[in-house]
Design a protein around this ligand. Structure first.
Ligand code: ADP
Ligand code: ADP
Length: 233
């Protein structure tokens, strides 16, 4: 059965406004890497918001891990096109943010401070940022900030990782380097990933399954399982 499922979902951003997505259905299995591609404005970000409980559909059903989505999904981590690190916090302190939201009690954060810091340092090391934890975002290159954002999305050990064009603002070289980083992280942790992109090559390189959406109102017009041998294999 599907880990993330949207079934016949219709959604508009206000009463009387046109639908942003119409009869949208997708199913993503546990541990699967899915990519959603389509032109700008076709509803890719809307799909992300619906799957993580940041928006609720006018009709249709959305379930994650068997539960109907009725509030923001805590088992999801998210990363976006622009790195969204807070400039007044060091890289390490930025990584701890999702934990402060999932573990809102200061006493619990204090008690597990060492454990959480160790987890953050391991993640930074896994993306080649071992020595950058004490730096501030403005001391890092764009690619390094994007890596740190990925780490932050993974810090609370999410079962589901939502990536909304996280490579879009990077140069081609850095982008392809990060593709390999994210593939390795996903394979090692068996996370379910949904990647939104308008780059078909990126989708085919990374994903086990690709959904193609049509323009407004957005719906899935093609679904393909990708079974190409991958360079990493
Ligand atoms: P994509 O991510 O594929 O570019 P979006 O999901 O952002 O597409 O947008 C789908 C449609 O919904 C677009 O027509 C867009 O204008 C509309 N839309 C998105 N967000 C909002 C919003 N907050 N308020 C009103 N309309 C929105
Ligand atoms: P990336 O491939 O991570 O985007 P760049 O090619 O931009 O990195 O930069 C190469 C190296 O230069 C980085 O590893 C970093 O140490 C350093 N660097 C780049 N931009 C900055 C910056 N704004 N501040 C400090 N160091 C930087």
């Amino acid at each position: 059965s599907a880990f993330v499922s949207l079934h016949n979902v219709n959604h508009a951003y206000g009463a009387g406004t046109a639908l942003a997505v119409e009869n949208l259905s997708i199913e993503v299995g546990e541990g699967e890497f899915a990519a959603v591609v389509g032109p700008s404005g076709c509803g890719k970000s809307t799909l992300m918001k619906l799957a993580t409980g940041l928006q609720f559909p006018q009709s249709g059903s959305v379930t994650v891990a068997g539960d109907r989505v009725t509030k923001p999904v805590k088992i999801a981590g998210m990363a976006f096109q622009a790195p969204t690190l807070l400039p007044w916090r060091s890289t390490l302190e930025n990584l701890l943010l999702p934990l402060e939201i999932v573990e809102p009690h200061r006493s619990e954060m204090r008690r597990r401070k060492v454990e959480f810091a160790a987890r953050a340092k391991n993640l930074l090391a896994s993306v080649g940022l071992r020595d950058q934890g004490d730096k501030f975002p403005w001391e890092l290159s764009g690619g390094m900030q994007q890596r740190a954002s990925l780490c932050r999305a993974l810090i609370h050990e999410p079962k589901l990782l939502m990536l909304d064009e996280p490579f879009g603002a990077l140069d081609a070289f850095t982008r392809e380097e990060l593709w390999c980083v994210i593939r390795d992280l996903q394979a090692a942790r068996k996370i379910t990933v949904i990647l939104v992109t308008h780059d078909l090559r990126e989708a085919v390189f990374l994903a086990d399954r690709v959904f193609v959406m049509s323009s407004r109102p957005g719906r899935v017009i093609v679904e393909r399982k990708i079974e190409l041998p991958r360079p990493r294999d």
